[in-house]
Design a protein around this ligand. Sequence first.
Ligand SMILES: C[S@@+](CC[C@H](N)C(=O)[O-])C[C@H]1O[C@@H](n2cnc3c(N)ncnc32)[C@H](O)[C@@H]1O
Length: 163
Amino acid sequence: MRPGAVTFHPIGIVHSPFKEKVGTPIQACFDGPTEGRIEIFERYEDGLDGVEGFSHLYVLYVFDRAIPAKLTVTPFLRDVRVGVFATRAPSRPNPIGISIVELLGLEGRFLHVRGLDMLDETPVLDIKPYVPRFDVREHARIGWMEGTTEESSRYKADARFGE
Ligand SMILES: C[S@@+](CC[C@H](N)C(=O)[O-])C[C@H]1O[C@@H](n2cnc3c(N)ncnc32)[C@H](O)[C@@H]1O
């Protein structure tokens, strides 16, 4: 494939209680069990067959309300300047988000999930099963995030994440 524009079409949309960035968890694990729904559009419904057997799913989505990207950012978790690709900042050259959610149930084309850090009406690009055997890495290093905690972050007070 030659470099150039890539077009994706959303397969669904997030229904989340979070209407604005302030107060939205910076990672789902930080803010307890926020529940919501992921609606998969009708034409993709057959793609959900078998999903109900998995307890957790990856959700890939578009940060559709992100401000323009900068290549270096100050993350919420620590007062350091680092490259955007060393962060989970929503403002990035391709504003794609990834979250692991717990699947509580599947009703038709609606996934009931727990563990949201997405804004309401976030467009969904893809759903994949979370498979510990594939995805868990023992002894992973976490760079500048080492030693950071939710308490040391400033995310709840500041909507300018990633600026
Ligand atoms: C730090 S990002 C992490 C998201 C994801 N877990 C990841 O690692 O890619 C989470 C923040 O993105 C912002 N956010 C969520 N949905 C968004 C959207 N649709 N457009 C822009 N920003 C969004 C919220 O401020 C939220 O606190």
